[in-house]
Structures are given as structure tokens and as C-alpha cells.
Write a protein of this length. Structure first.
Length: 115
């Protein structure tokens, strides 16, 4: 059974940091392209960052320089280090795994940036 379980979300003050994790199981994690998406209230889900099976990364413009995506193919875990957080980063963050026609989603973890 495929599972993607996000963790690490919470409430943080503007300028603070959080590290999200996504524990994967039930599929060949190292072969999949992995991504983080987010969805704010009343907004569409948007790509935050992506990492290929080879480790190449890609970021949305507004996250460049603040967020870092990484993966540990031994622990089958995806990470998102988020620094210099802003109130507009408040959203539910989702982990995604994709390979060919396989496309898996986690249940999401809430990140709230507020003073």
C-alpha cells in the first residue's frame, strides 16, 4: 500500500524556519520524482519545489533562496527546509510522488506563519 505521510508543520513566526518531512512507503521511492505542493485557502494548489530521481531540483520563483528540497533514498524520506517564512507561506503543504502514470499524494501538513 502506497503511503506518503507528511510531518513537521505548525505555527511559526514570520522570519522563522520549519522543516517538513514526507515518509514514503509502498513504492520504489528512489525511482520517483518527488515534489512539494501547497494550497492556501481559496487558492489553487501550486508547486513549491521538485527533485528528480537523480537529485536535480527546481523551485517556484517565490521560494528560491528560502526553501530547500532534499531527499534521502535510504530513509525513503523527502524534506523541505523552509527559512525566512512569510505570512503568505501559510498553506497546507503536500508531498507528491510521480513516475509515468503513477501519481501519489500525501494528506498534507498545515503550515501557519503568523505573529
Amino acid at each position: 500500500q502506497v503511503q506518503l505521510v507528511e510531518s513537521g508543520g505548525g505555527l511559526v513566526q514570520p522570519g522563522g524556519s520549519l522543516r517538513l518531512s514526507c515518509a514514503a512507503s509502498g513504492f520504489s521511492f528512489s525511482a520517483y520524482a518527488m515534489s512539494w505542493y501547497r494550497q492556501a485557502p481559496e487558492k489553487e494548489r501550486e508547486l513549491v519545489a521538485a527533485i528528480t530521481s537523480a537529485g536535480r531540483t527546481n523551485y517556484a520563483d517565490s521560494m528560491k533562496g528560502r526553501f530547500t528540497i532534499s531527499r534521502d533514498n535510504v530513509k525513503n524520506t523527502l524534506y523541505l527546509q523552509m527559512n525566512s517564512l512569510k505570512p503568505e507561506d501559510t498553506a497546507v503543504y503536500y508531498c507528491n510522488a510521480k513516475l509515468a502514470w503513477n501519481n501519489y499524494w500525501g494528506q498534507g501538513t498545515q503550515v501557519t506563519v503568523s505573529s
